[in-house]
Design a protein around this ligand. Structure first.
Ligand code: BGC
Length: 812
């Protein structure tokens, strides 16, 4: 419980009880190709397929006041003008509540005896938002009010929309119907798409020109027309088209009125663009609006949406003695994994949707969080990602979702990227057992005719890293590895140069111990795949290479008390006790240990103890210590951040699970779970004043102890943290680990964790796994009984589709 809200687990909602949260607390809507961001005050925007090129609503990033623009309902009741979501008028409300649920948001406001309940959702398989508004007169006297529904259109390309005013202040065009307002900028020429905002009844007045509605020098908080209770019936020609619809309503005491709005996006085939010269073909828009015109239709669409999420979230759940854990795993963590998969790193309140495409590395990692939920989409994503690889095994670092083409501005050369393709594919294979994916033909750089099988792509990925080694036998880092900000081949001395693309990029000396750890872990899993498809020779070769790499790490990547992080372009150590700053890093210690390097020799334990001693804080483990206090030309962006922020000694939540997983590898369940809890937002809910971002989702980064704002989170929602924490808790701590041969049960928990049950769908069968820990151990399985029969070992072979499998596990 905190002063901003609370969880309602039965409804799978987070309930925000005051609108002035420490930062806009947002939600996402959409499951297909139409997506919306919506804040607790109804701010935000939507887009179809691509947040940059098909932006529907305009949004002002980092605006003043914060979170300006959204779907705003204004109510004029006598002299009072207010919004159910408080913003933008900020008129004090008698009641406010926002409920963020799975793919929908409800916002309820009450003022002067009038209650407004709004529901926003994106129906399944539709390119629209549905807005339901129910107004109830809870006072004793009749009310005559005006309701305005308002959105501001973006001129499609969210980037030029904010820059190219010499053109776009002249291009805006609209059409007006009695109950729908259409936005058709650039439709006259090369676009075949338009947007609309319609209601299920005719409006009493409208505006489509922003200044006519707001007044030239007014903000969203004081629209001239609303203050006057009028409409100008303006038709926008250029400038800034909006849709503002006015309804004059009379409500008897106790009476309610409900309106349904559809904010939609339509693409027409070239031959059916117009219904008359210059007049857009509106039939699809009308059909979409009509599909949600009645309460029954809207109810049914909403019920379908809820059923969709109920089904998904019914695929993996835990019942333990730790309610915070159950809520996180069963609801919000999996939900965040889905959103992160949908969005990659494109659109959030920290990602503007215009900057970054889909990351090669990011998108592969995201798969780990959703492959058990939507395996078919994971399959397609893997093939899309692989198609951006180059014939030499290198990869575009990013690609555009609309075209699925690699992004030339950033190019490739990131040393770790090829291994993430192994990671993503392996996660898919272990979950689904669908080896047919390996024979799919996949081109290089999307060039038709260049297709080889996906298995071949994996082979060249592996080879690429195995053969790109530096002087210490460790992988060359290239532009960077997972840590995009450790730029050892960059040497940028001038402001404005991109750390990601500047410099010689693929230097022959700088090496990464993190990539070495990844290579050992995923190289061995790649070998398992080769065995599974009968290529034992390749499996043998792969194991030989990982063995060699492991030796190289032990020999050249060990610093005495922990693993080194890297060697720079001059062959100097990075992340060593000999360094003046940045003596120890989290990533290599987490990854090498979880890959099993030095476990037998006690090095992993030593490394993890060092991490605890030197990097741990109450909010999680910092990325490095001590922070860089000055700019280091030879290290790049990492040293550009002030101490304690981002990669320069911030608590990077994404990599905390690597250490937690490593702790499970050496059997320390208490420590693994302690690390898990520190970054888990649900356990931080009562620290929202400090933490600031949403208490229901992970953030990328929390300021480290060297920062003045220690404990303050940033960059919520779109982070690999979602998938990695889910992998950690579900597979390593709770210990239900998919392998190529079936589910392996191997929990690693605190000794006082208690018994628990995991329910999971796996390859079509439903598993109920009851785990008992009578001897209060942290790791170790004494017996596994499957449907009443004890099995050898702890790997449960896959059952038939729709079978119910009862598994009783005794630790000890
Ligand atoms: C990027 C990741 C990167 C991480 C660490 C994130 O912002 O999306 O690709 O691995 O930062 O630098």
């Amino acid at each position: 419980m905190n002063c901003y809200g609370h969880f309602d687990d039965a409804a799978r909602e987070y309930v925000i009880t005051r609108p002035d949260t420490p930062w806009p607390w947002i939600n996402y809507m959409g499951t297909g190709d139409f997506f919306s961001l919506i804040s607790n005050t109804a701010g935000g925007y939507c887009f179809c397929r691509d947040a940059k090129f098909r932006r529907i609503l305009r949004y002002r990033y980092n605006g003043v006041p914060m979170d300006a623009g959204g779907r705003y309902f204004y109510i004029k009741d006598g002299d009072t003008v207010w919004n159910p979501g408080w913003k933008p008028c900020k008129t004090p409300l008698d009641l406010y509540e926002c409920r963020h649920g799975m793919g929908y948001t409800r916002i309820c406001g009450e003022k002067g005896g009038l209650r407004a309940e709004t529901l926003f959702f994106v129906p399944l398989e539709q390119r629209c938002e549905v807005h339901r508004v129910k107004l109830t007169n809870r006072s004793d006297s009749p009310k005559q009010i005006q309701l305005y529904a308002f959105v501001e259109w973006c001129l499609w390309n969210a980037s030029t929309d904010m820059e190219n005013f010499q053109r776009n202040l002249s291009t805006g065009e609209v059409e007006v119907g009695p109950d729908v307002l259409f936005h058709k900028t650039e439709y006259r020429e090369r676009r075949n798409h338009y947007a609309f905002y319609g209601a299920n009844r005719p409006f009493d007045g409208f505006d489509t020109d922003r200044e006519a509605f707001l007044g030239m020098y007014n903000g969203f908080d004081a629209p001239e027309q609303v203050l006057a209770g009028t409409s100008a019936n303006s038709v926008a020609h250029g400038w800034s088209p909006v849709a503002a619809e006015r309804f004059d309503l009379t409500l008897a005491p106790g009476a309610s009125e409900e309106l349904i709005f559809v904010l939609g996006y339509v693409e027409n085939p070239a031959e059916a663009k117009f219904e008359a010269p210059g007049v857009i073909n509106k039939a699809p828009a009308r059909a979409m609006r009509d599909a949600f015109a009645t309460d029954a239709q809207a109810d049914a669409a909403f019920a379908d949406l809820r059923a969709y999420w109920d089904d998904l979230l019914g695929r993996f759940s835990v019942a333990s003695d730790v309610p915070e854990l159950d809520r996180t795993v069963n609801i919000w963590n999996q939900y965040q994994c889905m959103i992160t998969f949908f969005m990659s790193r494109s659109a959030s309140y920290f990602e503007s949707g215009i900057g970054r495409g889909m990351g090669f590395r990011d998108s592969n990692q995201d798969l780990a969080g959703i492959v058990h939920l939507i395996p078919d989409r994971a399959r397609q994503r893997i093939l899309d990602i692989a198609a951006t690889q180059f014939p030499d095994g290198g990869c575009y670092h990013q690609y555009q979702p609309l075209t699925k083409r690699g992004n030339n501005d950033i190019g490739g050369g990131f040393g770790d990227d090829p291994l993430w393709l192994l990671f993503g594919t392996i996660a898919y294979l272990k979950e689904t057992g669908d080896f047919t994916i390996l024979s799919e033909p996949v081109p290089f750089d999307n060039v038709p005719g260049s297709e080889v099988t996906l298995l071949e792509h994996l082979k060249i990925s592996f080879r690429r890293v195995a053969t790109s080694l530096g002087p210490h036998g460790l992988p060359l880092i290239g532009r960077a590895d997972w840590n995009d900000c450790l730029n050892l081949n960059c040497f940028s001395a001038h402001p404005g140069e991109s750390f990601q693309t500047y410099g010689p990029s693929e230097g022959p000396v700088a090496e990464s111990v993190l990539i070495a750890g990844m290579f050992v872990k995923y190289g061995n899993e790649y070998a398992d795949i080769c065995d599974a498809v009968g290529d034992h020779e390749e499996a043998k070769r792969a194991r030989f290479e990982t063995e060699k790499m492991s030796d190289a790490v032990m020999k050249n990547g060990w610093d005495g008390e922990w693993f080194l992080r890297a060697y720079d372009a001059e062959g100097r150590k990075v992340g060593s006790k000999d360094c003046e700053e940045g003596k120890i890093y989290i990533e290599s210690n987490g990854f090498c240990s979880l890959a099993g390097i030095g476990v037998r020799e006690g090095l992993a334990r030593k490394a993890l103890d060092s991490v605890k001693e030197r990097l741990d804080t109450e909010y999680g483990i910092m990325l490095l210590q001590p922070p860089y206090t000055r700019y280091h030309l030879e290290l790049g962006e990492i040293s550009s951040y002030p101490p304690g922020y981002k990669e320069n000694a911030g608590i990077f939540c994404h990599v905390n699970p690597w250490v937690s997983i490593a702790e499970t590898v050496i059997g320390r369940g208490s420590r693994a779970f302690e690390i898990y809890k520190k970054t888990c937002p649900r356990f931080l809910e009562d620290k929202s004043e400090i933490h600031r971002t949403e208490p229901y989702v992970y953030s990328q980064m929390v300021a480290g102890k060297d920062a003045p704002s220690f404990g303050e989170a940033k960059n919520s929602w779109l982070t690999g943290t979602a998938a990695w924490t889910f992998t950690n808790i579900s597979q390593y701590i709770l210990g239900v680990y998919p392998t190529l041969k079936g589910l392996r049960i191997d929990p690693c928990i605190p000794s006082d964790f208690g018994d628990y049950t995991v329910k999971r769908i796996y390859r079509g069968a439903r598993y109920i796994i009851k785990i008992k820990n009578p001897s209060r151990v942290e790791k170790g399985v004494k017996s596994v009984i499957v449907n009443g029969e004890k099995i050898d070992g702890n790997v449960i072979p896959p059952a038939g589709v729709n079978e119910r499998v009862l598994v009783e596990v005794t630790m000890g």
